[in-house]
Design a protein around this ligand. Structure first.
Ligand SMILES: [Fe+2]
Length: 451
């Protein structure tokens, strides 16, 4: 098989996988549910459906294929920057059948285009070619996968009878209960970001060296049981644990527990419309950055920086290089991490030993997004491409970085370098966290002297 054929097959498979998930998420509810706005934070599902198709048309049919716009009159409706989520329900959107028909029309033409496009070709510097390494196709597959995650979050916010179901993740392995609470990540430089990952987006680039002092990181994400101890200890009522902004937000928003938790003789949470006792050994979910930060301070620790998180996830002391994933360079498979909406919840803390990083930390990829202490900033040498609104307009102190993906994230949109960002008040995303502490001086991880 030529490189071109292999790439064409991979692209088609990723686009089809994303569409299968989109279809599952949008056929699980009735038409009234599709056009309803379930939260001012989210679009009606029918907007996502046509927006996915509209972006696919823009980047693949128009930019790569040189086609004219299929329906120019609808383009402004599906431009995420023209219409914030809150106003989308008021727009003259395509109905469910029209949106599906539009998606089908675009996809048919895209599959034809894949067969006609020279996808391999000579490597081009990032920012020069939409077709080198099939970048635009990978970007569009990731875009649909990201909306599948957003639509899953809409399902979690939706009020009504349960519409989604999935098997539970595998039980925790036998050693989960005896894992050390934290692992040491040796100090020293490592390569952060990437210049070689073909479908990495602009904010993940370029690769650059970063010095990280030795630190300890929680072996697993913070569990619901540990978080419940913070609540029981009065963590929400003690301003010592909160930043000034965090305390103000906690007061204004009346935060007392993670989103979707309620007290009923014990903590209960709603999981896609089904109430259940909070599972003590699962990573805590649906906490905002302020809550994660306050918990860490209460625990005498802190959130890891983004660079610390990435070093823990990617750095291999044996080779001195950064891997694509904690487990190595090979692609994801189900035994390695909880991704792809196969399970609609995080796996118990300590799961996925095969996916562990060289430092021993588990579940860095999958299960829950992990808040870091870092603001969303460009890497040195950053170039916005192919459009500024993907990342550049979000750089700054108002957004915090999340890493590692969650059970709702597709493997096509998740890797050791992938960066997500959100406001520190947001809780509807599938986010948890783990904590860190600086190691004492002397644990700098210098290579042992050789004879
Ligand atoms: Fe989008």
């Amino acid at each position: 098989m030529t490189t071109n054929d292999a790439l064409a097959d991979r692209i088609a498979a990723e686009l089809i996988a994303a569409r299968d998930r989109t279809t599952a998420l949008t056929t699980a509810v009735d038409e009234a549910d599709l056009v309803r706005q379930h939260s001012p934070l989210m679009s009606p599902l029918v907007w996502d459906l046509a927006h996915i198709a509209n972006q696919e048309e823009l980047w693949l049919l128009r930019e790569v294929g040189g086609h004219e716009s299929l329906h120019p009159e609808i383009n402004p409706l599906y431009d995420a920057f023209e219409h914030p989520r809150a106003e989308r329900p008021t727009l003259p959107l395509l109905g469910p059948d029209e949106a599906r028909g539009y998606g089908h029309e675009v996809r048919g033409r895209v599959l034809d285009l894949i067969g006609r496009t020279r996808l391999g070709g000579p490597p081009a510097p990032f920012g020069e070619s939409l077709t080198a390494n099939a970048f635009a196709f990978g970007m569009v597959a990731q875009h649909e996968a990201q909306h599948d995650e957003t639509m899953l979050a809409t399902h979690q916010l939706r009020i009504g009878p349960p519409a989604l179901s999935a098997p539970a993740p595998p039980p925790a392995p036998a050693d989960a209960a005896t894992l050390p609470a934290e692992v040491l990540v040796a100090g020293g430089p490592f390569t952060m970001g990437t210049s070689s990952e073909p479908w990495a987006l602009d904010n993940e680039r370029p690769a650059h060296e970063v010095e990280v002092a030795a630190f300890y990181l929680d072996t697993t994400p913070v569990t619901s049981a540990a978080y419940a101890r913070f609540i029981a200890d009065g963590g929400y009522d003690d301003p010592r644990w909160w930043t000034a902004d965090g305390w103000e937000h906690r007061q204004r928003a009346g935060l007392t527990a993670p989103l979707f938790w309620r007290w009923d003789g014990g903590w209960v949470r709603d999981v896609f419309g089904r109430p259940e006792p909070v599972a003590p050994d699962e990573p805590v979910l649906h906490v905002c950055w302020y809550e994660a930060d306050a918990y860490a301070r209460w625990a005498g620790r802190r959130l890891p920086t983004e660079a610390e998180w990435e070093k823990a996830a990617r750095y291999d002391p044996a080779s001195g290089r950064s891997r694509r994933f904690p487990w190595g360079d090979e692609e994801w498979r189900p035994e390695l991490a909880n991704l792809g909406q196969r399970h609609l919840r995080p796996a118990p803390a300590g799961s996925y030993p095969l996916g562990a990083a060289p430092c021993g930390a588990r579940q860095l990829i999958g299960d829950v997004w992990e808040w870091t202490s870092s603001d969303f900033r460009p890497y040195p040498g950053f170039t916005a491409w192919p459009y500024k609104e993907y990342s550049e307009v979000f750089f700054g102190p108002e957004y915090k970085v999340l890493r590692g993906g969650a059970f709702g994230v597709s493997p096509v949109a998740c890797r050791g370098t992938f960066r997500n960002w959100d406001y520190p008040i947001r809780r509807q995303i599938f986010a948890g966290f783990r904590t860190a502490r600086s190691a004492p001086d002397g644990l700098d991880g210098a290579a042992p002297e050789t004879a």
